[in-house]
Ligand binder design. Structure first.
Ligand SMILES: [Ca+2]
Length: 509
C-alpha cells in the first residue's frame, strides 16, 4: 500500500523530462536571442524564467504573410501586438540552458468573438481556445517541455482574426494534489456505480485507463498488442426512435452486458441522438444523418420553450426510449459512463445548434427524467464540453470530458486542453479524454502532468490504419505501466463501494 501524491510524482516527472530530452542541466536562463530575418532583430536580456515568467512580445517576433503589428488601443504589453487574419504566423525564439517544463500563457485580445489558435512548440502543435475578450487578457496554453538550446514557438491563426500580445513562459511548479471526491451527484447511485467511481478517483493522477470505441476495434487492438482496453465505449444511436422507425436496430446493450459480466470491463456510452422529427430524408440528407444540425429542421430551443408542443413531447418520448435501454443495463448490474449531448458547443449536432442555454436545459431535463422518473441509478454523468458558459452545473455532472483529435501520429499529451478542463471544474471533478484520435504518449502524459482519467480512441481507420496510431505506438501504449488495461482492473472493481470519500491522490495502489 503505497501512498501516492501528485507532488511526489512531480519528482518522477522531472526524471522523465530529463530522459525524454536526453540531457540534464542545472537551471535555465534566457540567452540573447538574435533573430535576423532581414526585417527585425530581437534581443532579449538574460533573465530567470522562474519568478514572474519571461514575456516574449509577439510584436518582436518574425511576422509572416498577413500578420501585422498593431498599436491601437490600450492595455497591451510591450510596444504593440501581432494582428492575425486568416493566414501567416508569428515565430518567437527562446534559448533555454537546460531541458525544463514550463507553463506557457498567451496574452491576447479577441474582440470579434470566440477564437482558437495553434501553438507550435518545436514542431508540436496544440490548440488553445481564445475566449472572446475586448481587452487584453491572458490564457493558459498548458505546459510545454523546452529543450536545451534554441526553441521555436510559432503562433498560427487556426480560427483567425485576433490579436496576440505576448507569450509568457514560467517554470512549471509541481502540481497540487487533485481535490476530486468520489461522491456522485445522484445519492441513490447503485453500489456498482459507486464502486466504479471510487476506482476512477483512486487512479486519477496515478494512471490512465484505456478505452476504445466499438468491439471490432477492441479485437483489433488485441491482435496488435496482446492487450485489451479496460473501457468498451459504444453508442445508443440506433435506439433513437426516429431511426427505429426506418428499420434501424441495435444489440449494443447485449454487448455491454457481456463486456461487464464476461470480461469484467467498464462500459461507456454516448448517444448520437437522431433528431426526434424533422428529418429531410432526401439524397445527401438521409434519415440516418439526422443527429447533425444540417440534416434536420428540429429546433431544440422551440421544443424546450413550448412544453405543450409535439416537439417537446417527442423529446420526452426519445428520452424515455433510451431510459428503457439504460434500465436493461441497470437490471444487469452494469454502471455506465454516460455521455449524452456530446460536443454540444461545436454546434454541429442539433442539441447544441441553438447555443448554450437550450443545451443546458436539455441536459437538466434528461438528468431529472432519467434519475427521478425512471430511477436510473447506474449512471456516471459525463459532461463533454470545454466552455464555462455551456457547463450545466456541478449538481448534475459527475465528470467532465472533451474530445480531441490530434493530427495523425501526433502523440502529444494535449496538456493545454487538460489544464483548460481542470479550470472548468476547479479540479473538483474527474477530467477525461472521451474521444481521441492519436493516443497521447504515456511518457508525455506523465511528464506534462496531463492526468486524463481515461482515453477513448475512436473506431475505424483512426485505430487501424497504421498512420493515426502506428502499430509500434499502440504496442507502447497498451504495454505501458502507466496505462491500465482490462487485465489490470482490480477484482473488487464493482464491489469496493464503501471506501471513504477521500480526495484522489490520497488513494492507495
Ligand atoms: Ca506585446
Amino acid at each position: 500500500m503505497i501512498p501516492w501524491s501528485r507532488k511526489a510524482s512531480g519528482m518522477i516527472r522531472l526524471a522523465l523530462i530529463a530522459s525524454l530530452l536526453g540531457s540534464v542541466g542545472s537551471h535555465s536562463a534566457i540567452h540573447a536571442a538574435n533573430v535576423d530575418e532581414g526585417k527585425r532583430v530581437v534581443k532579449a536580456a538574460p533573465a530567470s524564467p522562474s519568478a514572474e515568467g519571461i514575456k516574449l512580445e509577439a510584436e518582436n517576433g518574425i511576422l509572416k504573410d498577413s500578420v501585422s503589428i498593431g498599436t491601437e488601443g490600450t492595455g497591451y504589453s510591450g510596444s504593440g501586438y501581432a494582428s492575425f487574419q486568416s493566414d501567416g504566423s508569428v515565430t518567437l525564439t527562446y534559448n533555454a540552458a537546460a531541458p525544463e517544463l514550463y507553463d506557457i500563457s498567451i496574452g491576447y485580445s479577441a474582440p470579434f468573438g470566440d477564437k482558437k489558435t495553434h501553438l507550435v512548440v518545436n514542431g508540436a502543435t496544440s490548440e488553445v481556445s481564445l475566449a472572446a475578450a475586448s481587452n487584453f487578457v491572458e490564457v493558459s496554453g498548458g505546459k510545454v517541455m523546452l529543450q536545451a538550446g534554441t526553441n521555436t514557438i510559432v503562433i498560427e491563426p487556426y480560427w483567425g482574426y485576433y490579436y496576440i500580445d505576448y507569450i509568457k513562459l514560467t517554470a512549471a511548479a509541481a502540481p497540487d494534489d487533485h481535490d476530486v471526491k468520489s461522491s456522485l451527484t445522484n445519492p441513490n447511485a447503485t453500489k456498482e456505480t459507486r464502486a466504479l467511481m471510487n476506482y476512477l478517483v483512486s487512479q486519477y493522477g496515478n494512471k490512465i485507463i484505456s478505452g476504445q470505441q466499438e468491439l471490432s476495434s477492441i479485437e483489433w487492438i488485441n491482435q496488435q498488442t496482446g492487450k485489451l482496453p479496460a473501457i468498451f465505449s459504444t453508442d445508443l444511436m440506433d435506439y433513437s426512435p426516429s431511426r427505429v422507425e426506418y428499420g434501424a436496430s441495435s444489440n449494443e446493450v447485449e454487448k455491454m452486458i457481456s463486456w461487464y459480466k464476461d470480461r469484467g470491463g467498464i462500459v461507456a456510452l454516448c448517444w448520437h441522438w437522431n433528431a426526434p422529427t424533422g428529418l429531410y430524408n432526401e439524397p445527401g440528407k438521409e434519415w440516418w444523418r439526422g443527429f447533425y444540425t444540417e440534416f434536420t429542421t428540429f429546433d431544440v430551443q422551440y421544443a424546450l420553450e413550448n412544453p405543450d408542443s409535439e416537439d417537446y413531447q417527442l423529446l420526452i418520448r426519445d428520452i424515455d426510449a433510451i431510459a428503457f435501454q439504460l434500465k436493461r443495463l441497470q437490471d444487469a448490474g452494469v454502471p455506465v459512463l454516460w455521455r449524452p449531448l456530446h460536443e454540444a458547443e461545436g454546434g454541429w449536432f442539433w442539441w447544441g445548434a441553438k447555443g448554450s442555454e437550450p443545451t443546458k436545459q436539455l441536459w437538466r431535463l434528461m438528468y431529472d427524467r432519467l434519475t427521478n422518473d425512471h430511477g436510473l441509478n447506474n449512471l456516471i454523468w459525463v459532461w463533454n464540453s470545454e466552455k464555462a458558459d455551456w457547463y450545466p452545473g456541478d449538481d448534475v455532472v459527475d465528470m467532465a470530458s472533451i474530445d480531441i483529435y490530434n493530427p495523425a501520429g501526433d502523440y502529444n499529451s494535449i496538456s493545454a486542453k487538460y489544464e483548460s478542463m481542470l479550470s472548468l471544474v476547479n479540479d473538483k471533478k474527474l477530467v477525461a479524454l472521451a474521444e481521441n484520435g492519436p493516443i497521447p504518449d504515456p511518457d508525455l502524459l506523465q511528464a506534462y502532468g496531463a492526468d486524463w482519467s481515461f482515453f477513448n480512441t475512436w473506431t475505424g481507420s483512426i485505430i487501424n490504419d497504421g498512420i493515426v496510431n502506428t502499430a509500434a505506438h499502440l504496442n507502447k501504449v497498451y504495454n505501458h505501466d502507466y496505462v491500465i488495461t482490462l487485465d489490470e482492473l482490480p477484482s473488487d472493481l464493482y464491489t469496493n463501494c464503501d471506501a471513504e470519500d477521500s480526495a484522489s491522490g490520497g488513494g492507495t495502489k
